[in-house]
Design a protein around this ligand. Structure first.
Ligand SMILES: C[S@@+](CC[C@H](N)C(=O)[O-])C[C@H]1O[C@@H](n2cnc3c(N)ncnc32)[C@H](O)[C@@H]1O
Length: 274
């Protein structure tokens, strides 16, 4: 297992952590060096694939020094002990796949094992995306999850009646995790996951969800608009509550129908103009 270490000024911890969370990391440990109190090391994991490290470095840019350190597998996995079920609402919960929980009858539980993919599915933007997407799910709906990560959104869509769900991600580890989690949750017959770029996807979907960093959403805007059915909805997250006008502008003429906010993050639901 490899640790991804970003050294930042103590006044930039929050900013750098936000970017790392959006890359989908599971946990970030802050380490201070005794001789350099104005510097903080953020220790995390972005996945062991060389591509994942390259992409994370590109996203962080050259603003902060980054190094990759080999660490023992067991120490890298301590976050698993602290993982907890995440309630999306009263009837829907995301559960770490390695834990045993019993829920009341009627509760829909989604078991997630991140594997080599980023994120457990408990980031505020994931929760916002799940809640916003849920409003537009139903029997027979077709759904596209762009940047599927662990597959948690795609799996919710399939469990709540989606007839066909397409999940794509640039990271092959994410596609593998999504496929494994689809099997684990008994919905593999309705989810197709692969690394097809959004630009190469055809057709339209009742619901398109993309929880990805704002610069990527801007890059993908034309495709996200094209892939949303005329009467469909697009849910975007991964954007800051007070700084996402440029992303909405890139999606014009789509119009904002709803904005949900949690912990400084937003999820915006858009539709085509009537
Ligand atoms: C913040 S994670 C979201 C994961 C999951 N959808 C969730 O909500 O928990 C963003 C994901 O987008 C993927 N990603 C980044 N750029 C992408 C692109 N251009 N096309 C498809 N996926 C992308 C990343 O590999 C990562 O898995």
């Amino acid at each position: 297992m490899r640790a991804f270490v970003v050294t930042v000024g103590s006044d930039e911890v929050e900013l750098a952590s936000d970017v790392l969370w959006q890359l989908g990391v599971r946990a970030i440990e802050e380490r201070r060096q005794p001789g350099a109190l104005d510097l903080v090391e953020l220790w995390t994991a972005v996945g062991d694939e060389p591509d994942a490290t390259v992409r994370a470095k590109q996203r962080l840019g050259d603003r902060w020094p980054i190094r990759v350190v080999d660490v023992a597998d067991d120490s890298a996995d301590t976050w698993r002990e602290f993982a907890r079920p995440m309630w999306v609402d009263d009837g829907l919960v995301v559960v770490p796949a390695w834990q045993d929980h019993v829920f009341d009858e009627g509760v829909v539980a989604i078991a997630i094992e991140p594997g080599g993919a980023f994120g457990l599915g408990d980031h505020p933007t994931t929760l916002l995306s799940l809640r916003a997407a849920r409003r537009h799910l139903g029997v027979g709906r077709t759904v596209l999850d762009v940047g599927c990560g662990t597959g948690v959104i795609a799996i919710m869509a399939a469990k709540l009646g989606g007839s066909s769900v397409r999940a794509v991600d640039v990271a092959s580890a994410a596609v593998e995790a999504t496929s494994d989690n689809a099997i684990r949750n008994g919905v593999a017959d309705r989810i197709v996951a692969d690394t097809t770029p959004a630009a190469d996807l055809d057709g339209t979907h009742h619901l398109v969800v993309a929880n990805i960093l704002a610069p990527t959403l801007v890059e993908l805007a034309d495709d996200l608009r094209r892939l949303t059915a005329p009467d469909g909805r697009l849910v975007i997250s991964g954007i800051l509550a007070d700084r996402h006008d440029h992303v909405v502008a890139a999606l014009a003429p789509m119009v904002v129908e709803h904005t949900d906010v949690l912990d400084g993050w937003a999820a915006v639901t858009l539709g085509h103009p009537r």
